[in-house]
Design a protein around this ligand. Structure first.
Ligand code: ZN
Length: 153
């Protein structure tokens, strides 16, 4: 069975950056299961999977535009340190949840000075070119319930 919209697909994958450093991998875990055609995966990966079959493996390079997006420098902001008073162990690299007009957004602390904390609201992989190795483990038709819910059961 080939991969089309409303089929449940299981894949194993390794994701590397341009230097060959592994960013993420399903090795040693259960394969990743998703409902095809629902935008569950990044665009570049999902479109590469369309039409492939169980047992196929392939490599693909996904540009940021088809991955986690390009970086938005407006998402890097300096916030008065007083806003962080409740956080005792504040440090560079810490991930926090920010309440914004658009809802809760994950941010990363990138710099701390006496007066300001600089945070970055970009996805950690924004602007990163993604190198995937993918193996398709299984493909099956989704159940009506899975299609109605938009996810795998
Ligand atoms: Zn459900």
């Amino acid at each position: 069975m080939d991969i089309q919209t409303n089929r449940v697909v299981e894949i194993h994958y390794i994701l590397k950056d341009k230097n060959g450093v592994v960013i993420d991998s399903s090795e040693g875990r259960e394969p990743l299961a998703y409902l095809h055609g629902t935008g569950a995966l990044i665009k570049g990966l999902e479109s590469a999977l369309t039409g492939k079959k169980s047992g196929d493996s392939f490599e693909i390079v996904v540009q940021p535009e088809d991955g986690y997006g390009t970086r938005n420098e407006d998402a890097v902001q300096q916030i008065p340190r007083s806003s962080f008073e409740g956080i005792a162990d504040l440090e560079v690299g810490m991930r926090l949840q920010a309440q914004t007009d658009a809802g809760v957004v994950p941010i990363t602390v990138v710099d701390i000075s006496e007066e300001y904390v600089t945070v970055d609201g970009n996805h950690l992989l924004a602007g990163v070119t993604l190198y995937f190795s993918v193996k398709i483990e299984s493909v099956r038709a989704a159940t009506p319930e899975e299609i109605a819910h938009g996810h795998v059961h």
